[in-house]
Design a protein around this ligand. Sequence first.
Ligand code: A2P
Length: 260
Amino acid sequence: MSNAPTEEKVLEVEHYTDRLFRFKISRPRSFRFRSGEFIMIGLPALPDQKRPILRAYSVASPSWDESLEFYSIKVPDGPLTSRLQKIKTGDTVLLGRKPVGTLVLDALLPGKRLYMFSTGTGLAPFASLIRDPETYERYDEVILTHTCREAAELNYGLELVQSLKDDPLVGEMIDGKLKHITSLTREDHPLKGRITTLIENGKLFDEAGVPPLNPAEDRVMICGSKDMIDDTAKLVETFGLKEGSNSQPQEFVVEKSFVG
Ligand code: A2P
């Protein structure tokens, strides 16, 4: 069987800001993935290109969905996103065949509370996981944090969480279990500051109404820029949590969100 990407059709595109948009594509019947994993996405090569440019994207839709959703940054001179941001319904997008990743429920030991710390498009894998009933079967409490520069960048997450209340699959499961905490760093907002600051000064735990991080009860997934991941992981380690992987589940896992 060929390992070449499959050609999929764009089903939907929605722009949020001049830096962020989401799109949905068709999903081949044979395409299986675990909620939270990422896959290579690209566009057919231009006449002057030897081969197509592909980049890793977290699947934002849940594993049971008929289509695949992605949440993307737009980089004006980015090799892929400068073109990808112009896609329209009916266009062709290339989809890799092998989903992988560490932001999966199986890479964590059982626990009571699951934290998902995200910045910017780092929300994407969690957009998948918060729509997956298994997340709520495994944890008593799910705390999703999303920190962005400006208010408009929170909209994808806010609309998604709002829509989950009427979701036939997880609507009842999230009641009282899913907490969505948003913060901004460059505009006014009820909660201001980087996630690292909010962990350090304890405002995150006050806001969520929970005790500080504790390796006996808490599990953590982190997704954002490289610096955000490094800083947040270091901080989480100071509470005694250890980093896990698919082959060695532990108390926290990290993954870099798409950039460039
Ligand atoms: P800040 O505005 O202080 O840079 P970006 O869009 O650049 O990925 O940033 C998304 C969010 O992540 C912003 O709110 C940004 O805060 C924050 N951020 C950037 N670097 C870090 C870091 N090292 N640790 C925690 N948060 C970060």
